[in-house]
Design a protein around this ligand. Sequence first.
Ligand SMILES: [Zn+2]
Ligand SMILES: [Zn+2]
Length: 154
Amino acid sequence: MSTAQDIVHNGSCLCGAISFKLEGKPLFSIYCHCTQCQRADGAAFVSSMHFPNSAFTWTHSPTSKPDIEDLGGMTLYRCPKCRSCAACQFGAPGSDANWTIRGSHLARDPESGRILDWDTVKPTGHIFYGTRLVDVADDLPKWEGFSNRSERLG
Ligand SMILES: [Zn+2]
Ligand SMILES: [Zn+2]
């Protein structure tokens, strides 16, 4: 039987030139409906998974290098070919800060298209539901803003 520490998720940018692996379970995993995620990703909402720095390793070949966008307190690692943001770090480039990954970047079962071991990373709630573009009919808690620090909407 595998334990939580044995779980490994592989992920990549859209074209696959930039890739990474994540070991163990996320610190937390949430669906985010904030306007920044909506604008940055062009999506109604995103699945956002947070991992400690110790869980994150780049796995692409040394000849590939992500473009680094230092936004001051947040660093985006973008594929130089397809331009998708493969991963973000809550801190300066190369720091030991936590990482946030979009669930959509994780490796999938080639036949079903479903993310492998989804149960180990699936989101446990919805944040910034106040600015949602779509209603979501599930049983997860829904918060106006941050979880446990804003009004609960569902
Ligand atoms: Zn790419
Ligand atoms: Zn967001």
